[in-house]
Design a protein around this ligand. Sequence first.
Ligand SMILES: [Zn+2]
Length: 321
Amino acid sequence: MICIKCMQPVDSLYTVYSNDHIQLTDCPFCQEIVDKYVEIDNVLLFIDLLLLKPGAYRHLVFNSLELHLAKYPKGKTLKNCQSLYDHIQVLISNVKNWFCKFDRLNRLWLLLLSFEIYLTWVTEESKYIYYMNRNNNDGKLIMLSKKLPETFKWDSTTMRNTITSKVFTWSPPMQYLYFASYCILDVSLFHSLTRRFILKKLHWEQNFVYSKDIISYTILLSYGAKIFPILMLIWPYDTLISMSIIKWVANFYIIESLKIVTKLSYWSIIKVFITVSFLRYCLVKPVLILFVAHFNFSIIKNLICQEFMLLLQKSGTYLLL
Ligand SMILES: [Zn+2]
């Protein structure tokens, strides 16, 4: 447990007296209350999380999480197992323990993933319709066509040969399966790579007993900002520009919350974020292209070329507009 103000370790958050009276502990280092969120209700805590208040994040990912995890025993090691039966017994008990321990967090991940899949599907469909209907007679594109080299000029036929156009010819359950695989792969890569870089490369591992779980929980809480656009589907603001603004706000939430929890410099967190985003971009789509193309080399080559052309055309028009 820590003081949410100065992040120094403390023994307890409060003392319970015989008449059920509770007194919050004062921090011996900064003389402030160690964790005022012990008494604050969940609605106010949620609002403070949205406002990116450091205390709210630290209360949840350090104190609340530690109190919850301490209730469960640590996983048994397989070293002392003599027979295969013992191995299986220990494995089953570890898996059971893991599901009980992380039940609440797994439910939250599942909820976030379902929203993320739906939002990705909606956004990709809107983008596809927008780019298919976009043509070179647009006022801005006519002005640009003189300045831009041939590869950067907008050509909607490129869009017809990309992986997205292939996916939208499939039945809705298959489309859902594609976007579900895309999001699961993307979120798992983001979560595991960010955690690994912060713990191993930035050497944050030795700071706390539950450092792995602390980083996981922080990513989960800040990743929640990614589902803000779900509100925009209710009100008529679901344009591509507003969606991308919200995406950037969500990225800001992730960087800021990691900074609040780890106390590392902004530059270190941004470096990790850029590296992870680059790796995600280079890994997720190519893996899906392999499956969509049924491992046929010429189709894979063609799809990658078309994706690259589309990227050039998009960046050319966006950067110079
Ligand atoms: Zn303190």
